[in-house]
Design a protein. Structure first.
Lengths: 279, 321
């Protein structure tokens, strides 16, 4: 296709490059400004908002590290995202394995059950969920969030993993069965290693929204010590509302880890996050 | 049957029965955890929401059965339904604006990127970068940029001689919603772009090349070949945008607050639901009954329209034979 487009001198091609370039600037410039402003003092932000910071001082970051709860929020978000994705991948892959590799009565019924879970917006059931978690003692508790995230991400995970598992040939499985390997060993030692790339995609697909979510913690977490990063930022914004350098530093710090992973692993990230929308 | 169970089984039959038993146990072991978690934390609360909506509530305590009383209160009580109507039309505006601005731009970007210009990988990463960030970060970041006095947007306008255009974007009812929609478009445009791009890449290249050799213009290729063949991706994006627009909560909550400031110009169904369910200045005390009724109504609306939209949009999809 590109060989046909080699007449790069024409006006259309130039317009295309300008359009894409301008867009890239619009997308990246705000993020760069956010990062640069985090090194500035309040005074610098007012007097010279667009210039580079006079010195790359880490004072704002030091304030965040020593005087705010942001490090704690980081740990909480890591725990919640890590455990949710772990449980989700184990439980989701198990279910997908049963649905894709075995013929049994009720297979279609159970597949439809998971599929219908895809269409239920759990946010609208927040009231019963609140009462239910309260009864279980899971309000203001990270375990409560882990339960919610695991449950609401399971249908999509089962859906994605079933698709991948179905595409595996059955020869390996059959010959292992002939050799007398147990079903458990066939799954863990033969099939699962073959679908690790799919598990990475399903993991990213779920981890990013869980890490970024702010709605469920807003309702279920009250104590500062259990707040997640996205939610904790709102508290932090109230506290430091006039120290703009610190605010920018907080945002930069919150954005940094996921951005670094994305830049290194962009292909997997894009494949993962669009996994639900591309057939 | 009775005869058969009475007869003594051969060792082979015994082994077979045991194997079958074992296989059943194995399948239960594989499926049970996922089904149990989904039932407990998704299906049970969804079903309860419907049940709760027909009861009176006093805080966390369920009161009497009142039939459709809560629905009546949401839809017909003028104190409530003026908020409902206002919020609903704001959601409609958001949907239309996002379809035009966000998805329209995404389509153009995808058509350009499909020609794999120089910097193709870089553009993909640049357009997708905001998508991975939390709405909280995006919302606060743009709130700082849109600050009327020292925010970058107004400073930039003043520095290029457009000082008259500098205004408190989030403080005026005329501009607040538009500003938030643009922030949302900035945040998400990379997503439809890459979904569209993947769909275009799946169109056989020789089809496009043949058209080009026949002298078709780029515009004709886009309109007559690419557009009809990328219909499935369009269906998905339209439905996702619809669901997202009517569940819109984070950006207006962070940038305009729970009451949809200024003057309810950025109020949304999601905010109204939150206020009704958990209480606020305008909605009064927390009311789980009317809150649940509102949730059920929103769900029915989203479900009905996305089903109809999917049906309609799928019917215009064409298959390559």
């Amino acid at each position: 296709m590109s060989t046909l487009n080699k007449k790069s001198g024409d006006l259309g091609t130039w317009l295309m490059h300008i359009f894409l370039g301008v867009n890239a600037v619009i997308m990246l410039y705000p993020i760069i400004m956010m990062a640069l402003s985090s090194f500035k003092t309040n005074q610098e932000i007012f007097s010279s908002p667009f210039s580079l910071p006079k010195s790359f001082s880490f004072d704002n970051f030091a304030i965040i590290w020593s005087q705010t709860n942001v490090p704690r929020y980081f740990i909480n978000s890591t725990i919640v995202t890590g455990l949710s994705v772990l449980v989700l991948l184990v439980v989701g892959t198990m279910a997908a394995y049963a649905l894709s590799r075995y013929k049994f009565k009720g297979n279609i019924m159970i597949s439809l059950f998971f599929l219908s879970g895809l269409m239920l917006p759990l946010r609208l059931a927040i009231i019963p969920l609140f009462i239910q978690l309260k009864a279980l003692g899971l309000v203001d508790n990270l375990l409560g969030l882990i339960c919610i995230y695991t449950a609401m991400s399971l249908p999509a995970t089962v859906f994605i993993m079933t698709g991948f598992l179905r595409s595996l040939p059955s020869e390996l499985e059959d010959s292992a069965r002939m050799d007398g390997a147990s079903e458990f060993r066939i799954m863990v030692e033969i099939m699962v290693p073959l679908i690790t790339p799919a598990m990475v995609i399903a993991g990213i697909y779920n981890a990013v929204p869980i890490w970024n979510d702010f709605f469920f913690p807003l309702i279920f977490i009250q104590s500062p010590e259990w707040k997640t990063l996205a939610q904790g930022l709102t508290a932090f914004f109230g506290e430091y509302s006039i120290n703009y350098g610190v605010l920018y530093a907080g945002l930069t710090l919150a954005a940094l880890p996921i951005m670094l992973v994305f830049i290194v692993q962009s292909r997997r990230f894009i494949a993962g996050m669009t996994a639900g929308a591309i057939k | 049957m009775a005869q058969r169970t009475a007869t003594i089984k051969t060792p082979f039959e015994n082994a077979l029965a045991r194997r079958r038993q074992l296989r059943k146990l194995w399948l239960v072991f594989l499926l049970f955890p996922a089904i149990a978690i989904l039932l407990t934390f998704v299906f049970l609360p969804m079903a309860s929401a419907i049940l709760y909506s027909v009861y009176e509530w006093d805080g966390l305590v369920r009161g009497e059965f009142i039939g459709l009383g809560n629905f009546q209160k949401v839809l017909l009580d003028p104190r409530n339904n003026q908020f409902l109507i206002n919020a609903f039309f704001n959601n409609v505006k958001v949907f239309i604006a996002l379809m035009l601005v966000q998805n329209g731009l995404a389509l153009i970007l995808a058509l350009f990127l499909a020609r794999e210009p120089k910097g193709y990988r870089f553009y993909q990463i640049a357009f997708f970068l905001p998508v991975i960030l939390s709405t909280v970060i995006i919302g606060f970041q743009w709130k700082l940029f849109l600050n009327p006095i020292f925010g970058l947007v107004n400073t930039l306008l003043r520095s290029v001689g457009l000082g008259d255009w500098a205004m408190p974007w989030l403080g005026l009812p005329e501009t607040a919603l538009g500003a938030m929609i643009l922030v949302n478009a900035w945040h998400w445009v990379g997503f439809p772009t890459l979904v569209f791009l993947a769909a275009i890449h799946r169109i056989p290249k020789d089809l496009i090349e043949a058209a080009r050799l026949d002298g078709a213009s780029e515009w004709m290729i886009a309109r007559d070949i690419i557009w009809p063949l990328m219909a499935p991706a369009v269906t998905i994006i339209v439905v996702l945008t619809f669901i997202g627009s009517f569940n819109w909560f984070e950006i207006p909550y962070i940038m305009g607050g729970l009451e949809g400031s200024p003057a309810y110009s950025t109020d949304m169904l999601g905010l109204l639901f939150y206020r009704t369910a958990f209480g606020s200045v305008s909605a009064g005390n927390s009311d789980f009954g009317t809150g649940s009724a509102l949730a059920v109504l929103i769900f029915i609306f989203i479900f009905t329209f996305s089903t109809i939209a999917t049906r309609y949009l799928t019917s215009r999809e064409v298959e390559l034979s």
